[in-house]
Design a protein around this ligand. Structure first.
Ligand code: FAD
Length: 260
C-alpha cells in the first residue's frame, strides 16, 4: 500500500513529531511505501494568490477559481502544487496529521488544501448541469482512495463528546472529513484523535502508539464513515437537499451519514 502522510506541526520534537515518526516506522515495517509532506519543513506557501497563476500578465485580475482551472488544465501550475497532486494520485491512503488549532486545521495545512485542490482536480470535476452537480461527495478524482485524520487536541475527550462544551468531535471535523476529504472522492475512515495532550507522558505515549498502530494496520480494511453519496439517490435534484423520507424530522450534520 502507498501512504501519503501530510503533516503540519512546526516542531519536530513535539508529540506530533513523535507520532509522525512512529507512523512512518510502523508502516514501513509492515512493507508499505510512505511519502511525508512535512509542510513546515518544506516551507510550504500557505496562501492561494496571484503567484499561483504564472500565466497572468502583471496587473491582470486574479480569479481564484478560473485561474486555478486554467493553470491546472494547461500544465502551468507552480511546481510545488503539481508535486503534491502527483503524490495524491500516487497514494492509496492519505493521512492528514495536525494539532487542532482553533477547532480546525493549522493555517499551513488549510493553505495546502486551498492550493493543491485545484479547480478541475479536486472540484469542478464532471458534468455540471441542473441534473448533475459535478462528480463530488464520493465521486471525483480521488475516488477509490482512503483517507484518515490524526488530530491531537488539548481538550479532554468529554469536552468533545456529543454533549461536550466544545461540540462533538464528529461535528467539528465534519468540514474536513466531509468537505475536504469526501468531496473529491476519498472514502473517509474514522479519525484517530488524541485528547488532553498536556498529560501525555512516556506511559501514555506507549499506549497511544499501540492504539495508533492498530489503526494503521486497519487502513486498508477498516469500515469508512457512511457519508451519503451526492449522486447515489439520497438527495433531491437539483436542490441537493436530503429526501424527506430519509432521516425524517432530523436536521444537522449527522443526517449526511447513512443509518446502518
Ligand atoms: P506537545 O506540546 O509537543 O506535547 C504534548 C505532551 O506530550 C507534552 O507533555 C510532551 O512532553 C509529551 N510528549 C511529546 N513527545 C513525547 C514522546 N515522544 N513521548 C512521550 N511524551 C511526549 N486544543 C483544543 O482542544 N482545541 C483547540 O481549538 C485548540 N486550539 C489551539 C490553538 C493554538 C494556536 C494552539 C497553539 C493550541 C491549541 N490547542 C487546542 C491545543 C493543541 O491542540 C495542543 O497544544 C496540541 O494538540 C498538542 O500537540 P503537540 O504535538 O504540540 O504536543
Amino acid at each position: 500500500m502507498k501512504v501519503l502522510l501530510v503533516y503540519a506541526h512546526p516542531e519536530p520534537q513535539s508529540l506530533n513529531g513523535a507520532l509522525r515518526d512512529f507512523a512512518v516506522a510502523h508502516l514501513q515495517a509492515a512493507g508499505h511505501e510512505v511519502q511525508v509532506s512535512d509542510l513546515y519543513a518544506m516551507d510550504w506557501k500557505a496562501t492561494l494568490d496571484v503567484a499561483d497563476a504564472p500565466h497572468l500578465a502583471s496587473g491582470e485580475r486574479f480569479d481564484a477559481v478560473l485561474d486555478s482551472q486554467r493553470a491546472y488544465a494547461s500544465g502551468g501550475q507552480p511546481a510545488d502544487i503539481a508535486a503534491e497532486q502527483a503524490k495524491l494520485l500516487w497514494a492509496d491512503v492519505l493521512i492528514l496529521q495536525f494539532p487542532l488549532w482553533w477547532f480546525s486545521l493549522p493555517a499551513i495545512l488549510k493553505g495546502w488544501v486551498e492550493r493543491v485542490y485545484a479547480c478541475g482536480f479536486a472540484y469542478g470535476v464532471g458534468e455540471h448541469s441542473d441534473s448533475h452537480w459535478g462528480d463530488r461527495y464520493g465521486e471525483g478524482t480521488l475516488a477509490g482512495k482512503r483517507a484518515m485524520l490524526v488530530v491531537t487536541c488539548g481538550g479532554w475527550e468529554s469536552h468533545y463528546s456529543a454533549r461536550g462544551i466544545n461540540g462533538g468531535l464528529d461535528d467539528i471535523l465534519f468540514p474536513i472529513q466531509h468537505g475536504i476529504l469526501f468531496y473529491p472522492g476519498f472514502s473517509v475512515l474514522p479519525p484517530f484523535p488524541v485528547y488532553r495532550t498536556s498529560k501525555v507522558d512516556a506511559v501514555a505515549f506507549e499506549r497511544l502508539c499501540q492504539a495508533y498502530g492498530a489503526r494503521l494496520d486497519g487502513l486498508a480494511t477498516d469500515t469508512p464513515l457512511a457519508f451519503r453519496r451526492q449522486n447515489g439517490g439520497d438527495y433531491e435534484i437539483p436542490a441537493l437537499t436530503l429526501k424527506p423520507e430519509l432521516a425524517p424530522g432530523r436536521t444537522g450534520l449527522g443526517v449526511h451519514l447513512r443509518e446502518e
